[in-house]
Write a protein of this length. Structure first.
Length: 139
């Protein structure tokens, strides 16, 4: 139970660090004008960042717990740790790094030449940034 609590506290700490990292970058670009959508995006980035860090920390915990030399001659016993607390961050990151490029490649492969292989997100971004800004500059 103590080990899971430590892992959870580390998750919260790295979630806050990830949120602060992206918050500073976005505030620099937006010059401090934040709305709730920007805050939500910062929270999502903080979550993804923390899950990525938790993969490394979980691997360190697995190594430490399963190495008998660390526990020989020690007063402490090998802690029991739930496999889910180590598996969830790994599964999330594996799913994220597997599915996002796959979806992006599928859009590129299945799109017509006029679509230029853009996902709906990229199309919306293109329509807003390129077409809106170019019409504003030309006027």
């Amino acid at each position: 139970m103590l080990t899971e609590l430590i892992l959870f506290l580390l998750f919260i700490i790295f979630f806050i660090i990830g949120f602060i990292i992206i918050y500073k970058q976005v505030s620099l670009v937006k010059k401090g004008e934040f709305n709730n959508k920007d805050r939500l995006q910062c929270l999502i980035y903080g979550f993804v960042f923390s899950m990525g860090v938790m993969v490394v920390i979980a691997m360190a915990f697995i190594f430490a717990i399963n190495t008998p030399e660390f526990w020989q001659g020690s007063v402490l016993t090998t802690p029991d740790i739930s496999p889910l607390s180590l598996l969830i961050p790994f599964a999330f990151c594996l799913m994220y790094i597997s599915l996002y490029p796959l979806i992006d490649f599928l859009f590129i492969a299945l799109s017509s030449e006029s679509d230029e292989g853009l996902t709906p997100f990229h199309k919306k971004l293109r329509n807003y940034l390129i077409f809106f800004i170019s019409s504003t500059i030309s006027n």
